[in-house]
Design a protein around this ligand. Structure first.
Ligand code: GLN
Length: 473
């Protein structure tokens, strides 16, 4: 794993390195690794922002993320920069404003070096659905990096930036973090403002960091979190100092294991790795208990009904009229809509729009959409019940390690199943983190997921930090 920002910051503060020098070397490295296709665009001018950070460092006024080199998933707006969402339909769209997360990061003096590649509109689990080509997994370039934030995960894993922002609607931070061997944190729904994030499924979407340590992820979360007047779903709950809490003892921590997640369909190496961590938590004085998530089997169907319904509505705005791709030589309005969308959207996005429109249509609404909303409630109740007895729930992040290109694109259901352990957190709105716990027999990274109560990120961060500090690879 690459060096952490926490260590780098010491070198920066004592003058061993300059921000400008470091940013330039990151830009150079990112260019030399262009074959990974992790970045859609690099900001050549970021050396100038770095110079300004150097001035602040010398004056002693630099912020808490001074000099942190960041990549941003290309679904988050940065004023004046292209915002493609990995889609041909927005290929030349320029963001008119900064997302709140961008403002907050810049206020603490980060340097953003580019936009990272992703599945089109964040729909996918492998980044093979990007309109701009797939991302390669740095651990094994014949394999996918996971998705949909595959560019961000690969960029951090290959040390092309220190931290990257991703988004997680059904697992798109945690699953690629697991496949690439980095830390990925999905905050509670509403913990981080979505202002300036292009909507996929608005009641699920959340922005979070990829990092090479739990500490770095906690530090970035402190900056990202907190209320925002421009996003009414962003919570007013106070933001704890996560970094000062993560070193707490895990003695007495009540860890729940959902048997459902360790039985069927799990790769042996993944299970063994997870069991090793359970033992290590137990030896450190955590109590391990079994919990039940009886509706686990319904999470994928419920998610793919609700998320596609929301997506079909959110994606109505790409009609060729206001912005984005417009078909040429059209004769009439309807033809413009149809052809612009047909030419602009890729196959997975079209599939989701059709599915979402179907489940919302008169006659099917009650049978699918309303039913799925009820299931969502049951899943939330499963977690509420489980969290009466335990503080965190531990599962594998994904049933397998990174798969090969093309392995799942011909069968969408197989692709959807790689989110089996991650989507429930989005249905329930709770926080989750994926932390690397070793490699399988083919040297591919394995991730462990910890889920917590709403707005209790500090608890999963503490457990993840313990695992990171004690794991022996
Ligand atoms: N892989 C899931 C999907 O395709 C989750 C995507 C996400 O979290 N953005 O919908």
């Amino acid at each position: 794993m690459p060096d952490t920002y926490q260590n780098f910051r010491k070198r920066l503060l004592n003058g061993e390195v300059t921000c400008k020098g470091v940013v330039e070397s990151y830009l150079k490295k990112a260019k030399s690794k262009a074959d990974l296709n992790a970045f859609l665009e690099l900001f050549e001018e970021s050396g100038e922002a770095a110079e300004q950070v150097d001035v602040k460092l010398r004056a002693g006024t630099a912020g808490k993320l001074a000099g942190m080199v960041i990549g941003v998933k290309d679904i988050i707006g940065i004023k004046g920069k292209r915002l493609t969402c990995g889609s041909r339909i927005l290929k030349n769209f320029i963001s008119p404003y900064d997302a709140t997360v961008i403002e907050r990061l810049r206020r603490e003096d980060v340097v953003i070096i580019g936009k990272t590649n992703m599945d089109e509109f964040a729909m996918g689990s492998s980044t093979e659905y990007s309109s701009f080509g797939p991302v390669l997994n740095p651990a094994d370039t014949s394999r996918v990096p996971g998705g949909s934030s595959g560019g961000s995960a690969a960029a951090v894993a290959a040390d092309l930036c220190q931290v990257a922002l991703g988004t997680d609607t059904g697992g798109s931070i945690r699953q690629p973090a697991s496949f690439c061997g980095v830390v990925g944190l999905k905050p509670t729904y509403g913990r981080v403002s979505r202002y300036g994030l292009v909507a996929f499924a608005s009641s699920f979407d959340v922005i979070g960091p990829f990092a090479s340590s739990v500490y770095d992820a906690a530090l970035v979360l402190e900056v990202l979190s907190g209320p925002d007047d421009r996003d009414s779903t962003c919570a007013a709950a106070p933001v704890p100092s996560y970094t000062s809490l993560i070193d707490r003892d895990v003695k007495g921590l009540r860890v729940g294991i959902a048997q459902e997640t360790l039985t069927s369909g799990i790769a042996d190496d993944v299970r063994q790795s997870i069991e090793k961590q359970i033992d290590s938590l137990r030896s450190a004085g955590a109590s391990i208990a079994e919990v039940s998530l009886p509706h686990l089997d319904y999470t994928i169907p419920a998610y793919y009904i609700l998320a596609t319904a929301e997506a079909s509505s959110n994606l109505e705005r790409y009609d060729g009229a206001r912005y984005g791709h417009r078909a040429k030589e059209v004769q009439e309005l309807e033809e413009m809509y149809v052809r612009s969308r047909t030419e602009g959207f890729g196959p997975e996005v079209k599939r989701r729009i059709m599915l979402g429109t179907f489940v919302l249509s008169a006659g099917y609404y009650d049978a699918y959409y309303r039913k799925a909303q009820k299931v969502r409630r049951l899943i939330k109740e499963d977690f509420d019940n489980a969290f009466k007895d335990v503080d965190v729930i531990l599962t594998p992040t994904a049933p397998t390690t990174a798969f090969r290109f093309g392995e799942k694109t011909s069968d969408p259901l197989q692709m959807y199943l790689s989110d089996i352990f991650t989507v429930s957190a989005n249905l329930a709105g709770i926080p989750g983190i994926s932390v690397p716990v070793g490699k399988d027999s083919e040297s591919l990274p394995i991730g462990l997921q910890l889920l917590g109560r709403q707005f209790e990120e500090e608890t999963i961060l503490t457990a993840a930090n313990f695992i990171e500090k004690t794991r022996k690879n």
